[in-house]
Write a new protein. Structure first.
Length: 461
């Protein structure tokens, strides 16, 4: 998917305008002669440059939010009281959520003395007379043992009253009279899990804010829970904009395949969202206004239409809605036309560029921190790795480059243009390249892709 009006064709040059500033576009147009179609920049104030002198970039054209600041704004965009109320969630829907309250034990764990091994429960010193019956897990409390008695017992079975120890199967033997002898010394209480060994009823097992992992589900079940009180997943609606998009088949007659419609819902689920709808809209301002106005989602995500072309309706629509624009452009490549707006106190919109990799950049720059806050997920610990190769930088913008992780270093990938997905499809992370670029061996920040750190089965629940 490519945003409308985001390419310039000047002679032999074909380049994404989204990756260029005004001065760079102007240079391409001037180089190509009068055949170019880019609009000239507004008149500049001050002394013009000498003929033939290299023009310095006009920093006034670059008032977008710096990339680190944009992520901070997005993480803090949710106003106090804007969080959704905690919900009671069954186990099969709780994985990946965050506990909204401490996990308090509802019973002792274990709730009775149990055998830690298969073997014999014995009372007093041996040798022991072995009872004919046995004790299995899941059965009612067995008859107490008398001094000098033993009974076969299974792992997890309730230990009879007055049991002094459990002898493992491999550590005991019976003689021809059926009496049990221990092959080694027997310690009092050995191989018995006493009641309450792990916790007592009322103990705080985990604090609120804990991420629900498979192990947390197991602990909660063992402690007596059937449901968990958790922060619900943020509800997200995706609006795919564009007259030129096909949902199947090969590109033809100026129409192109939509790459974002199939990709964004899964990516948003990986970031912890519940995607309630994916809608495709033509380039129509009234339709966009109606769709955003009617949405009940916590977050509306749009694709394309964030620039100022004739069919770029996101900004005008936000103005009509009276939305508060929190981020209007970010100093990052690809993806700098992205935006973040507050539509209502409890509803936000992230406008993504139309080019696929630029959209991913916007997703991880603005949507991920906002969703993380709404989900009460802690921010991941930042980390850095050295680059195996040098990476060309933008003069004053951050670059996000797909990379694979190899041992203790990051390998930047090619096919990293704003309209390309070939690099990110093979990547483990995005390398954060500072303005000016990074040399070989320089340490840079890495943003892990969700499936690279947790596995698709976990992330996409």
């Amino acid at each position: 998917m490519t945003a409308r009006g985001t390419h310039t064709h000047t002679g032999e040059h074909t380049q994404d305008v989204e990756d260029l500033d005004v001065e760079e576009v102007l240079a391409l147009v001037n180089e190509a002669g009068s055949g170019g179609h880019a609009e000239p920049p507004p008149p500049q104030q001050g002394t013009p440059p000498a003929p033939g002198a290299r023009r310095e970039p006009d920093t006034r054209q670059h008032k977008a939010t710096p990339w680190p600041e944009a992520r901070t704004v997005a993480a803090r965009a949710v106003r106090s009281g804007g969080h959704r109320a905690p919900v009671s969630v069954p186990f099969d829907s709780a994985l990946g959520l965050v506990l909204a309250a401490p996990l308090v034990a509802l019973s002792d764990l274990p709730s009775f003395d149990t055998s830690a091994m298969d073997g014999w429960a014995v009372a007093g010193p041996g040798p022991w007379d072995v009872r004919e019956d046995g004790v299995l897990a899941g059965h009612a409390e067995p008859e107490p043992l008398g001094d000098g008695e033993a009974v076969r017992i299974a792992t997890g079975a309730r230990v009879p009253a007055d049991t002094t120890a459990v002898i493992r199967s491999e550590h005991g033997r019976t003689d021809d009279k059926g009496r049990l002898h221990a092959a080694r010394d027997v310690g009092h209480g050995q191989d018995i899990r006493p009641r309450g060994q792990e916790c007592r009823s009322g103990d705080h097992l985990l604090p609120g804010g804990t991420l629900v992992t498979p192990a947390v589900l197991g602990l909660a079940a063992a402690a007596g829970y059937d449901t968990l009180t958790a922060v619900p997943r943020p509800r997200v609606e995706v609006l795919i904009l564009g007259d030129e998009l096909l949902t199947e088949g090969l590109p033809h007659d100026g129409l192109i395949r939509d790459a974002l419609g199939p990709m964004l819902p899964s990516w948003l689920r990986a970031l912890g969202a519940e995607v309630i709808a994916v809608r495709r809209l033509r380039d129509d301002e009234k339709a966009l206004h109606k769709a955003i106005s009617a949405s009940t989602a916590d977050l509306v995500v749009t694709t394309g239409g964030t620039a100022s072309g004739p069919v770029d309706h996101v900004h005008p629509t936000l103005r009509r809605l009276g939305a508060e624009l929190l981020v209007d452009g970010v100093k990052v490549r690809p993806g700098h036309p992205m935006l973040l707006a507050r539509i209502k106190d409890d509803q936000h919109l992230v406008g993504l560029p139309g080019n696929p990799l630029a959209a991913i950049s916007g997703l991880l720059t603005l949507a991920e921190p906002l969703l993380r806050t709404l989900s009460a997920h802690p921010a991941p610990e930042p980390y850095e790795l050295p680059l195996q190769e040098a990476v060309h930088g933008h003069p004053y913008d951050t670059r996000l480059i797909p990379a694979v992780l190899r041992g203790d270093s990051a390998v930047p990938l090619h096919y990293n243009g704003p309209a390309m997905l070939r690099g990110i499809a093979a990547a483990d992370a995005l390398a954060v390249v500072p303005p000016g670029g990074a040399r070989q061996g320089q340490r840079v920040e890495l943003i892990d892709l969700p499936w690279a750190v947790a596995g698709i089965g976990v992330c996409f629940t």
